[in-house]
Design a protein. Structure first.
Length: 341
């Protein structure tokens, strides 16, 4: 592959251009083999990138956009009335093959709608899925999907998610034969609704997938599986619950460490250990949900992402672009469909 080009939606997110531009500058400075197209208001972007060297500046294109998709805007409004928005422009660059991937922290619903409309799904894929990596107790990472792209999923769609997640685990996480599991209310065959049971049978009938059966919610983080498949409603609840729990634990550790002089002293002594633990589960490094199943690479960052979190989302886009993930998913889907005939 020739030199990568990543398109960034500078105007999206809860914190707006300042945070996104800081992350973009960090990516430009840390990845000299990658070009960037910054989509947004040039009057905001141009002053910010003056900190770049001449050589870095030559790898950056500013694509002026005079519209912004608001965080609370209806997806239909973004599709019909924001044709000059920074979000749409970033996706259009992928569509035109002028960028290998795009990243946005903007309105999730609008990003899903615009990506689906402009890029279309791969042959054999009914719906794209939002997927992200999460930490496990063994320090490996697990892929969880769907995280909210489709709250209602048929068994066929759940099966497609498993195939796509398996490819992503192979290409990005480097796992030769990823263990794929269905999220359920129990591990026994008798547990679950009709949708999950039907999907279970589809996986069992597909020899090209390393399917290990059901897992429960607490097994997401135990390294029991490499890919955990569920519908977007359940996946989003699981993701947000885990993020909330991580924040609660950090908050409680801080609160208890400041109770008195003894706890403050103990916290100071234990600081290196606490910092190491926090870094291993820090949500920032897991930011960047991939919208897989499309004919192009779209990465969704958290809307409230920090500079470092958005930077990790950019790195995720570069990894998937280098591995040409959509092409690998297309090949895998075609192989699985042939095996089912």
């Amino acid at each position: 592959m020739s030199k990568l080009t990543i398109a960034l939606d500078i105007m999206g997110g809860d914190h707006g251009p300042p945070v996104i531009l800081s992350a973009a500058i960090k990516a430009i400075q840390h990845h000299p083999d990658v070009n960037f197209t910054l989509c947004g208001d040039e009057s905001i972007i141009n002053p910010a990138i003056q900190v770049l060297s001449d050589a870095e500046r030559r790898r950056v294109v500013v694509s002026h956009c005079d519209q912004v998709v608001d965080m609370g805007e209806a997806p239909s409004s973004a599709l019909r009335h924001k044709k000059r928005s920074s979000m749409r422009k970033a996706i259009e660059l992928v569509q035109a093959k002028e960028a290998h991937a795009c990243v946005s922290a903007g309105n999730t619903g609008a990003l899903l709608t615009l990506s689906f409309y402009l890029l279309k799904t791969l042959s054999g894929i009914d719906r794209p899925a939002l997927v992200s990596m999460m930490p496990t107790a063994s320090h490996h990472k697990v892929l969880l999907l769907d995280l909210g792209a489709n709250v209602n999923c048929t068994p066929d769609i759940l099966f497609q998610y498993g195939v796509m997640g398996s490819v992503l685990a192979q290409q990005v996480a480097g796992i030769a034969s990823p263990r794929v599991a269905l999220l359920n209310v129990g591990e026994e065959d008798i547990k679950g609704n009709a949708q999950v049971k039907s999907a279970d049978q589809l996986f069992k009938d597909a020899p090209g997938i390393n399917y290990i059966g059901y897992v429960e919610g607490d097994d997401i983080f135990t390294d029991h599986a490499d890919v955990v498949v569920t519908d977007g409603f359940t996946g989003n609840v699981a993701l947000k619950s885990s993020e909330g729990l991580a924040k609660l634990v950090v908050s409680e550790v801080k609160r208890h460490s400041q109770r008195n002089i003894y706890t403050r002293l103990m916290a100071k002594i234990a600081f290196p250990l606490l910092k190491s633990i926090y870094n291993s589960v820090n949500p920032d490094q897991y930011n960047g949900a991939s919208l897989i199943g499309l004919r192009g690479i779209v990465i969704k960052s958290h809307g409230n992402a920090s500079k470092d979190a958005f930077y990790y989302a950019i790195v995720q886009a570069m990894q998937e672009a280098r591995m040409q993930v959509p092409d690998k998913i297309k090949t895998k889907i075609e192989t699985v469909l042939l095996e089912q005939l």
